[in-house]
Ligand binder design. Structure first.
Ligand SMILES: Cc1cc2nc3c(=O)[nH]c(=O)nc-3n(C[C@H](O)[C@H](O)[C@H](O)COP(=O)(O)O)c2cc1C
Length: 356
């Protein structure tokens, strides 16, 4: 339809129409922005840009509540609450009674995970070790005693034995790096957005390796609400890259593309809806640097929140409504003769404001 319109109507008329729409919209936003309610009205009636986000947040909340009844690979409530317990364990001074407001739901979630065989691997050990440590240390309250009794019974019935390994430790015991500031500077300067790659295919084992260390990144309540969808089939790489707007002219030479996708089912409330973007970006920065040390270059690619493009990517990656793409990341071996924009950076002069 759009294409047909562009063919029939002369370009000068198209430009005039676009200008008129733009001017009207500018006037409209002056009016609608006066109150929060009229702003919402604008986005309900005039502009549909937030529709997908609204639906994704609601679908995420529904999925979150479902996850409390059906344990999945990783229980988001357990991850958050075990983290909260760890914070209680390291508190200075540590209180005799803490976590009583949420220990009941935590042990219920633990019980569900055990029942449905979802308590697995290092994550399962972490849940068990922290809960065991907590019940060893914490004093008594009605809620804690009930939870303690239930926890001990679950462990006994299912022969779960804590090794007390994945529990809080003191800073002194962290293995320290010998990377100097200068070396870090070289790595940071080496990482540049690379848009031109050789034909050499990327080995998935390198990506796995990099993701394994990138996931050391901080995330709110240690939820890690993201997934990396890795596309290595050359044709599909181009198709995915073309869904974004910023790959015009170089999408054909990309070797691998990673879609960094946030999971809104990690939260029961709207207030945390932006966290997927923060956590997803922090981990992706680490991923870029990790890949760099393995000889691979990257280019972050903006993901525009445009319904038609979202639909294209949903189809290619089979995404759920509660999943939101944060960005794409091209990965490959840099063409040694490929150009790199100079991209002058700001310095502390521009970036720092000392608050008095
Ligand atoms: C969130 C984000 C989105 C980006 N989107 C695009 C894009 O769509 N196309 C592109 O060619 N580069 C993209 N870039 C790369 C930037 O243009 C690049 O990081 C910036 O110019 C600084 O250059 P440098 O990465 O080499 O330091 C993006 C970078 C980020 C962080």
């Amino acid at each position: 339809m759009k294409k047909l319109f562009k063919k029939i109507v002369p370009i000068t008329t198209v430009i005039k129409i676009k200008k008129l729409i733009d001017t009207t919209d500018r006037l409209a936003i002056l009016f609608f922005s006066k109150t929060k309610l009229t702003s919402s009205f604008y986005y309900l009636i005039v502009n549909k840009s937030f529709m997908r986000e609204h639906q994704s947040v609601l679908k995420g909340r529904i999925k979150y509540y479902k996850s409390l009844e059906k344990a999945e690979d990783s229980c988001v409530l357990l991850r958050r609450n075990i983290h909260r317990i760890e914070k209680g364990l390291i508190m200075q001074p540590r209180r005799n009674v803490f976590g009583d407001a949420f220990i009941g739901e935590t042990v219920d979630a633990f019980s569900l995970a055990v029942e449905q065989s979802a308590l697995k691997g290092s994550e399962g050990n972490w849940f068990t070790d922290v809960l065991s440590e907590y019940f060893e240390i914490v004093s008594s309250s009605t809620e804690i005693d009930l939870a303690r009794e239930k926890y001990i019974r679950i462990c006994k019935d299912n022969k779960i034995i804590s090794q007390f390994e994945s529990i809080p430790y003191v800073h002194e015991s962290i293995k320290k790096t010998d990377i100097s500031f200068e070396q870090l500077k070289v790595l940071f300067k080496q990482r540049r957005s690379v848009r031109w790659y050789t034909d050499k295919a990327v080995d998935i084992s390198l990506i796995n390796k990099a993701v394994n260390i990138a996931s050391e990144a901080p995330s709110a309540c240690n939820r890690q609400p993201f997934k990396f969808h890795i596309v290595m089939n050359k044709e599909k790489v181009k198709e995915v890259a073309d869904c974004a707007m910023g790959t015009v002219g170089f999408s054909h030479n990309l070797q691998t593309i990673i879609a960094v996708v946030g999971d809104l089912s990690s939260y029961p409330a709207e207030r945390d809806r932006h966290v997927i973007y923060i956590d997803g970006s922090l981990v992706t920065m680490q991923l870029m640097l990790a890949l760099e040390t393995l000889g691979l270059s990257t280019c972050a690619i903006n993901w525009p929140d445009i319904e038609s493009r979202e639909k294209m990517l949903d189809r290619l990656l089979d995404l759920n409504k509660y999943e939101r793409t944060i960005m794409l990341l091209a990965v490959g071996y840099a063409d040694s003769q490929g150009g790199i924009p100079y991209s002058q950076k700001k310095t502390c002069k521009d970036l720092i404001r000392v608050v008095k």
